[in-house]
Write a protein that binds this ligand. Structure first.
Ligand SMILES: O=P(O)(O)OC[C@H]1O[C@H](OP(=O)(O)OP(=O)(O)O)[C@H](O)[C@@H]1O
Ligand SMILES: Nc1ncnc2[nH]cnc12
Length: 180
């Protein structure tokens, strides 16, 4: 059986110059297509957090929803969608951010978190860390306690994961891709 990093390397493809020239886009859709590979990822993360007493899993719009909802189900936790601006119908708070190839605003419903709740924050990939950082600010403004931020892939050369770790956020990723 291949190691988890070897399996991930095999199932994540790189699309050069997408969505903009100079970006090496790491496409995780082949990983989600493969039931066995996707299960290995989910099992590894569930095992890691089975004893963490997670109340809620927050997933980031849109790709963080894929893994986030599965982890919430497996951990017996509620799921919080952190969405791009204008998509949530009830009262929200928002945080602006910039990412590798754009910018935006993330929002969360103000009633999605009760102060003191233990949260896992989930996305598919960390590049500059701008997206995770905005999501973290939203969670902390509502009094949530972030146990860890997890993502499948990290692009360490963009510096996001190191910056987030330096700022005190525990980060866990399963594979690192050098370069952009
Ligand atoms: O670390 P950063 O530089 O912030 O980049 C990482 C973010 O970029 C991608 O989302 P994208 O905004 O492309 O949205 P999508 O999930 O709707 O495709 C990815 O899913 C992360 O959320
Ligand atoms: N290089 C990249 N590949 C996939 N998703 C991304 N989100 C931000 N940068 C990315």
């Amino acid at each position: 059986m291949p190691s988890l990093p070897a399996l991930l390397r095999e199932h994540i493809r790189t699309i050069p110059d997408w969505p903009k020239p100079g970006v090496q886009f790491r496409d995780l859709t082949p990983l989600y297509l493969d039931a066995g590979a996707f299960r290995r990822v989910v099992d590894a993360l569930v095992q890691r957090h089975a004893g963490s007493d997670i109340d809620r899993v927050a997933g980031i719009d849109a790709r963080g929803f894929i893994l986030g909802a599965v982890l919430a189900h497996a951990l017996g936790a509620g799921f919080i969608p952190i969405r791009k601006q204008g998509k949530l119908p009830a009262p929200t708070i928002g945080e602006a951010y910039a990412l590798e190839y754009g910018q935006g605003v993330l929002e969360v419903h103000t009633d999605a978190i009760t102060p003191g709740q233990r949260l896992l924050l989930v996305d598919d990939l960390i590049a500059t860390g701008g997206t995770l950082s905005a999501a973290r600010r939203l969670i902390e403004r509502l009094g949530g306690q972030l146990v860890e931020a997890v993502a499948i892939a990290d692009l360490p050369d963009l510096g996001g994961s190191a910056q987030l770790r330096d700022s005190g956020l525990p980060i866990h990723t399963l594979i690192q891709f050098e370069g952009h």
